[in-house]
Write a protein that binds this ligand. Structure first.
Ligand SMILES: Cc1ncc(COP(=O)(O)O)c(C=O)c1O
Length: 394
């Protein structure tokens, strides 16, 4: 504002308004008691999170398999840095744009575990590769190879290419070794493209509830991937990478001896849906992710209303459960900004202002609803991490 503006009444009002409207107070600050966090907020129990990371890394190391955690689960560079510090070789992203905040944070080994929907995205990837990043992407069709090949040629970079094979999910991927060979001919025409191997991911087995069924179906899918790899080898084609696997199958993917690299993401957080899987294997993970929500209304008898609804919690995999106070309350219904909470077996309802910790049904889309992740140990806030790739779905 000019001096003249500052002196006239309208100018003074503007200055006041500018100051008052400049920013929101932070939801949490370092050292604050957890109970004082402004809600809704996404919380990370750092102790449980670190144990999850350590367990996964130790299992991958013991099997001699590289861990490339999926960053679509969290979209948070600080999380990926923790995973890399423990031995992860890099990360997976599901979308090209999602990779950018991770590259900025210094994570430069990125696999796009997905097909690109348009040539513009290949241009982004090739530019990042030209700047020194190690980038690979999936293909299952000729036009994707043309886009990647042209982009790599234009920017003078090298892009890794993995052919995705369909091992039972029937989502993406070619059916057999002949189809892979057909695509390899096209890849070979582009000097900037390097065939690295196969992506073999089966989303359909991840949430099979019974451990024995999950194990047999995961091993069956891995065998299918192995048969394609062997058929390629018999025709002189070497796959240096076979990548796939998720939190529900990873124990069996490691056991299979087929994968050189695994891509689980949710293991670091354990949402409610994954915890509903029966597990008596060695590889167990703990709930580390919670949505903090406060009781905002107790006016209607027999229930309370909390301030986290659909805009703070993804419910595509079902409603959240409530960890605190445990086993006494049930999250019964999600509206846009309201959550209806009722008692279990006549338990006492919490008072206005009480902070509840909700275990979200599905961690990936829940992360995508929040700007920040509030890390805590015990009852104290330890860090606030930016969920920098939130919303980057191009
Ligand atoms: C290609 C791919 N890899 C890995 C994963 C594993 O993710 P999570 O461990 O979170 O289930 C997914 C999940 O959808 C995926 O689509």
């Amino acid at each position: 504002l000019s001096n003249q503006d500052q002196c006239n009444p309208h100018g003074q009002l503007r200055a006041h308004m500018d100051a008052a409207f400049a920013s929101l107070p932070p939801a949490a600050v370092h050292g604050m008691p957890l109970d004082s966090v402004d809600t809704p907020a996404l919380l990370l129990d750092l102790d449980a999170f670190e144990r999850n990371l350590d367990r996964m890394q130790a299992a991958a190391d013991a099997a001699g398999v590289q861990l490339r955690p999926h960053a679509k689960a969290h979209k948070c560079p600080a999380v990926a840095l923790e995973q890399r510090a423990r031995g992860a070789v890099g990360i997976c992203c599901q979308k090209a744009s999602e990779a950018l905040p991770f590259l900025r944070a210094g994570i430069t080994d990125i696999h796009i575990s997905n097909q690109l929907a348009s040539p513009d995205k290949a241009v982004m990837l090739a530019r990042w590769a030209a700047a020194g990043a190690r980038i690979s992407a999936c293909v299952d069709e000729l036009s994707q190879i043309v886009a990647l090949g042209n982009a790599a040629a234009t920017s003078g970079s090298r892009l890794g290419v993995l052919v995705e094979i369909d091992i039972g999910q029937h989502r993406c991927g070619v059916p057999d070794a002949d189809a892979v060979l057909h695509l390899l001919d096209a890849i070979a025409r582009y000097p900037g493209l390097a065939f690295e191997g196969l992506q073999a991911y089966h989303g359909g087995v991840q949430h099979l509830r019974h451990q024995s069924e999950r194990r047999s179906r995961s091993l069956q899918a891995a065998e299918q991937a192995a048969s394609v790899r062997i058929a390629l080898e018999q025709r002189g084609v070497r796959c240096t990478r076979v990548t796939g696997g998720g939190t529900g199958s990873v124990e069996f993917d490691l056991e299979s001896g087929v994968y050189t690299e695994v891509q689980p993401g949710s293991y670091a957080f354990m949402d409610r849906d994954y915890a509903d899987n029966e597990s008596h294997g060695k590889l167990r993970f703990e709930h580390a992710l919670f949505v903090a929500s406060r009781v905002m209304s107790t006016a209607v008898a027999g229930q309370v209303v909390v301030d986290a609804g659909l805009k703070s919690l993804a419910v595509d995999s079902g409603l959240p459960t409530i960890r605190h106070p445990a086993d006494q309350l049930r999250y019964a219904q999600a509206n846009d900004e309201h959550g209806i909470v009722g008692p279990i077996d006549g338990a006492r309802l919490p008072a206005q202002g009480t902070l509840l910790q909700l275990i979200p049904g599905h961690c990936d889309p829940t992360f995508n609803l929040h700007d920040e992740l509030v890390g805590f140990r015990g009852d104290t806030v330890q860090c606030i991490w930016k969920i920098a790739a939130r919303g980057l779905s191009r």
